[in-house]
Design a protein around this ligand. Structure first.
Ligand SMILES: [Zn+2]
Length: 127
């Protein structure tokens, strides 16, 4: 099972609906940089804002991360690799001028959309 394989989860769809309702248009499940093996959930190409909706379990949300008891070591290493991959992706994208937004799946869509809109406004000012 790959952490990145889950697409179009309910929290992603809820955020996308909220962004769309606010008149924002974006690409879905898109690679911000074609040569980087990183797919963001929502991408604003012109303003270079990449949004990831991170699952609380897989990406180890500080509020909801749980540690399975069975195969504890294996899980700990697997989940740590996911987190390491997240941070590496953040760094790689930032170095190419992207604003990376990570929203926990537990975030209510209005709050998540506010965060995205804020980043878009900041990106507009930077252009
Ligand atoms: Zn959470």
């Amino acid at each position: 099972m790959k952490a990145q394989v889950t697409r179009d989860t309910a929290p992603e769809l809820a955020l996308r609906r909220e962004l769309h309702r606010r008149g924002l248009r974006y690409r879905v499940n898109h690679r911000p940089e074609p040569d980087l093996r990183v797919t963001a959930d929502v991408v604003f190409t012109r303003r270079k804002v990449a949004v990831f909706v991170d699952g609380c379990f897989w990406h180890r949300c500080p509020e909801h991360a749980t540690a399975p008891h069975a195969n504890a070591t294996w899980w700990a290493e697997k989940l740590q690799r996911t987190v390491d991959r997240d941070r590496a992706a953040d760094t790689a994208l930032s170095q190419r001028g992207w604003t990376v937004i990570r929203i926990w799946e537990h975030t209510k869509p209005p709050g998540g959309a506010d965060t995205v809109e804020h980043a878009l406004t900041a990106a507009d000012r930077a252009v």
